[in-house]
Design a protein around this ligand. Structure first.
Ligand code: ZN
Length: 119
């Protein structure tokens, strides 16, 4: 079970915060996350594993792709409306977050998975 220390740990690393903000209203495949963050895929996968383990993110699958979202159960009601909204509003216009959203808008157009992007 997720406790508040897990949530705080998940938010305590810049790469994980960048992933969390990209997933805030979206459902994204690993490829879209990797291209949006412009970081090596193993790095993204390592942080996605931590986000899953801490109960912040969850993964779904179809035949070809794995998709990530924030945990729909939203432990403590923090993820969609609370902390993430505050971080998003504070950080969306500064780098590296600004670049992440710009790259996501470009990458979603060529993604052939069924990602749902809402920025
Ligand atoms: Zn995608």
């Amino acid at each position: 079970m997720t406790d508040i220390k897990d949530i705080l740990f998940a938010f305590s690393e810049e790469i994980r915060l960048r992933i969390i903000l990209l997933l805030r209203n979206s459902i994204l495949c690993v490829n879209c996350l990797t291209e949006s963050l412009a970081l090596p895929q193993p790095t993204i996968s390592r942080h996605l594993a931590i986000l899953r383990r801490t109960g912040v993110a969850e993964m779904g699958k179809d035949k070809l792709h794995c998709y990530y979202t924030l945990n729909k159960k939203d432990p403590f009601g923090l993820l969609k409306k609370g902390i993430t909204k505050t971080f998003y509003n504070a950080l969306k216009r500064i780098e590296p977050f600004k670049g992440d959203f710009k790259r996501l808008r470009a990458v979603e157009k060529k993604c052939n998975a069924r990602c749902k992007v809402r920025i």
